[in-house]
Design a protein around this ligand. Structure first.
Ligand SMILES: Nc1ncnc2c1ncn2[C@@H]1O[C@H](COP(=O)(O)OP(=O)(O)OP(=O)(O)O)[C@@H](O)[C@H]1O
Ligand SMILES: [Mg+2]
Length: 195
């Protein structure tokens, strides 16, 4: 189970099993979840909504247990603005697992990236763990990467990603290039992770 101070990074090439793993180990085990979920990957395990819908529902919902996923198609005109508003809403929540899928989609916007880094450094003060999902480790900005306390790495093939994983863990991450499908390498800074 994730703790309030956890910042978890889930990486792996397309089809490796990131969303499947995250649904089983994060979404279905969180009693309070707020997700940025462009493809609607978690729509069956949570309530799918828009940003406006989330802003309306949260004041009431956040008093109890809830799982809300904001689904916003990648490339839509308001994509970055809405992501930043999602981050603002996320910062108002307490003891809520915050999940960001498809980190690649926000990396070209400096202000969106900065908002995500702010979440990575500040959400734990509100008791909220953060989970970031990306096809490549380098898709997550180094400032956010430096906050990672747990890693679930499916297959990565690019040397830059292997280097990034070695930097995060302080271990030789070369083995991730040979991982079979759906099998992750799991690392935790505290070595006491109960999955
Ligand atoms: N442990 C598993 N056991 C059985 N099937 C799995 C497992 N992990 C993933 N799958 C299946 O493999 C496919 C790809 O998995 P998933 O959608 O999680 O990939 P992904 O890493 O999120 O890819 P993308 O980056 O494209 O979103 C899905 O059909 C999923 O159901
Ligand atoms: Mg996925």
């Amino acid at each position: 189970m994730l703790q309030a101070h956890d910042r978890l990074l889930v990486v792996g090439i397309t089809g490796a099993g990131k969303s499947y793993w995250t649904k089983a180990h994060v979404v279905e085990r969180s009693s309070r979840l707020f997700a940025w979920d462009p493809h609607g990957d978690y729509a069956q395990a949570s309530v799918r909504t828009t940003l406006v819908g989330a802003a309306k529902a949260l004041p009431q919902a956040s008093r109890g247990n809830f799982r809300l996923s904001v689904v916003e198609p990648i490339g839509s005109a308001a994509f970055f603005d809405r992501f930043e508003s999602w981050c603002d809403l996320a910062m108002t929540l307490e003891r809520t697992t915050l999940l960001v899928e498809e980190c690649v989609a926000i990396r070209s916007s400096t202000s969106a990236r900065q908002k995500l880094t702010l979440l990575a450094t500040q959400a734990r003060h509100r008791g909220s763990p953060l989970v970031m999902v990306a096809q490549r480790a380098v898709h997550v900005h180094p400032d956010a990467r430096s906050q990672i306390s747990r890693l679930v790495a499916f297959r990565q093939t690019h040397p830059a990603d292997v280097r990034a994983l070695s930097e995060i863990t302080g271990k030789n991450a070369e083995g991730v290039t040979m991982l079979p499908r759906h099998v992750p390498w799991v690392w935790s800074e505290s070595d006491t992770w109960q999955k």
